[in-house]
Design a protein around this ligand. Sequence first.
Ligand SMILES: CC(C)(COP(=O)(O)OP(=O)(O)OC[C@H]1O[C@@H](n2cnc3c(N)ncnc32)[C@H](O)[C@@H]1OP(=O)(O)O)[C@@H](O)C(=O)NCCC(=O)NCCS
Length: 240
Amino acid sequence: MAISTAISRFSDYSRRHGLWATVRRIGVALKRALFSGRSILFYCDLATQTSPPRELPTFLKAERIKSLAELNSEDLEAMTSVWNPQLVRRNMKERFGLGASLWLIKSHDKLAGYGWTLQGRTVEPHYFPLGPDDVHLFDFHTFPQYRGQGMNPTLVARVLRSLAKEATGRALIEAAEWNVTQLSSLSKTPFRCLGMAKKWTIFGRTFVRWAENDEAAVGVSRRSLGAANGATPAWATFSK
Ligand SMILES: CC(C)(COP(=O)(O)OP(=O)(O)OC[C@H]1O[C@@H](n2cnc3c(N)ncnc32)[C@H](O)[C@@H]1OP(=O)(O)O)[C@@H](O)C(=O)NCCC(=O)NCCS
């Protein structure tokens, strides 16, 4: 995250929650960055997602949005209420501009959660380059009053089935190693573990340090990274 973005997010947090809560939040962010800054990466072969999407209960609806103009003002308001509204709008414009889709899940016509997808590339430098048919899933969010009700896995599963009709590569998603709720949520989806890694981007070049993987993850990350003779590279570097 850019320093200006971090400052903007924390000043917005301070305005909403007060100074003391912000100091504690910065402490948590620093602790996570220093001691648990790795991400767990997941993949799903889209070719396996062939069966039609399961019927949703009548009170749930999923929608796909491809431009800011398609998003109604109530949903936009709900999304901008989570973070700094200017930052959220800027991110949305950038993401739609790159060709990303925003997926919404609604309960009784109220926005319960959302997530983004982008095919063939990522907004931020990723852990490895994507192929043209790979799709990145990112920034999934369930509003607090709907958490623990399966909104996120329902939306993720639906997104995967829809993407399978238009792309034949891999869907990719990651979660911070400290984010136990997202890890638990992803365990209820078709995503499988690819490995664990930490990345740094310096002057447009991305450095990735892969953790020692367990035996299942090792096989997958080898294939994905194209490593020779089965050796999982501890370090990888590339420019976007
Ligand atoms: C991670 C997140 C998207 C999961 O969404 P969700 O719709 O609640 O997902 P699930 O229903 O599968 O619940 C996942 C876990 O949340 C936890 N949970 C349950 N009730 C909860 C509640 N009321 N409040 C918070 N977390 C709760 C449980 O650990 C649950 O796992 P379990 O069912 O195995 O016990 C959501 O917590 C969220 O938006 N978090 C903030 C943003 C974020 O971290 N996004 C992911 C990174 S991009």
